[in-house]
Design a protein around this ligand. Structure first.
Ligand code: FMN
Length: 257
């Protein structure tokens, strides 16, 4: 049994390589039972600010997992900042024993930091990293990905920078521009129903937004802009192995959409 969260398909791609039918956290979080029991249970998730997205944290807190082998794979783009250690601590606090945790570097979809056209050109050796992880999982290896003092220092610097940002900035990260044609794709790819079509135009509702950027990356009109500077407002990303329909199936919160 494998659960995943994704905004732009990286984590879904990894999950699909590990198990044939991984389960989407934005869908499963609303369902019963609250209790999962399996020989092997895994989570694949991106890291946001070196930590799990809030919805993945909520999922881990809400559900009970009974398994002989529990593992977490964290996808990241540029700097994991000791994400494995932070995630391990979070799981310990939830009473979840993690047998294996690893990180895998992929395209960084964080638009304020990276130009997607440049990111797509960088070979991050994803297939080799994935091959090693699958080999570990096949023998149920016990390991938490090592974290260095430099990783910890990077996370501390990040926290200090965050302390200086305007409170609530991350819940007001998006602006729908006049380019919106009301196609509704943003509404369908949003895992938290934070963007909805009203009078044939997308409207953003803050509060529960995961800042996964699924809406921004998937908009065919590039009509969703960030309220902070972007490296390249014309460049958008979706993992090359994952279709738009798969992101919609993973995230859509409106059954009739
Ligand atoms: C809000 C946000 C925060 C992010 N923070 C980090 C980070 O701290 N370090 C990093 O290396 N990548 C970071 N990323 C990049 C993603 O973790 C990475 O691109 C991931 O593979 C995306 O997975 P997905 O395609 O399944 O959504 C961030 C992305 C977003 C949207």
């Amino acid at each position: 049994m494998l659960f995943y969260f994704t905004g732009t398909g990286n984590s879904l791609y990894i999950a699909k390589q590990i198990e044939e039918n991984p389960l989407s956290i934005p869908q499963m979080i609303h369902r019963e039972p609250l209790h999962y029991n399996d020989d092997r249970i895994g989570i694949v998730s991106p890291i946001y600010g070196h930590e799990l997205p809030q919805m993945v944290k909520d999922f881990l807190q809400k559900f009970i997992f009974q398994s002989k082998y529990f593992y977490i794979i964290l996808t990241y783009g540029n700097r994991h900042g000791g994400a494995a250690e932070l995630t391990k601590k979070f799981c310990d606090d939830c009473g979840i024993h993690v047998d294996y945790m690893n990180v895998i570097q992929m395209v960084d979809n964080w638009l304020p930091g990276f130009d997607m056209d440049e990111q797509k050109k960088i070979d991050k050796n994803v297939e080799q990293q994935l091959h090693n992880i699958i080999a570990d999982l096949n023998v149920k290896k016990s390991m938490i990905s090592p974290v260095t003092e430099n990783n910890r220092a990077a996370h501390q610097q990040f926290l200090e920078r965050m302390n200086q940002t305007v409170p609530g900035l991350w819940q007001h990260l998006f602006r729908i521009t006049d380019n919106c044609i009301g196609c509704g794709i943003c509404q369908k790819v949003c895992p938290s129903a934070s963007i909805r079509l009203m009078e044939r135009k997308a409207v953003y509702f803050s509060g529960n937004c995961q800042t996964c950027l699924a809406c921004v990356h998937a908009c065919p009109q590039k009509a969703i802009a960030l309220t902070v500077p972007e490296k390249n407002p014309q460049a958008r990303y979706r993992n090359g192995h994952i279709s738009l329909q798969e992101i919609i199936r993973a995230n859509c919160q409106f059954l009739s959409a």
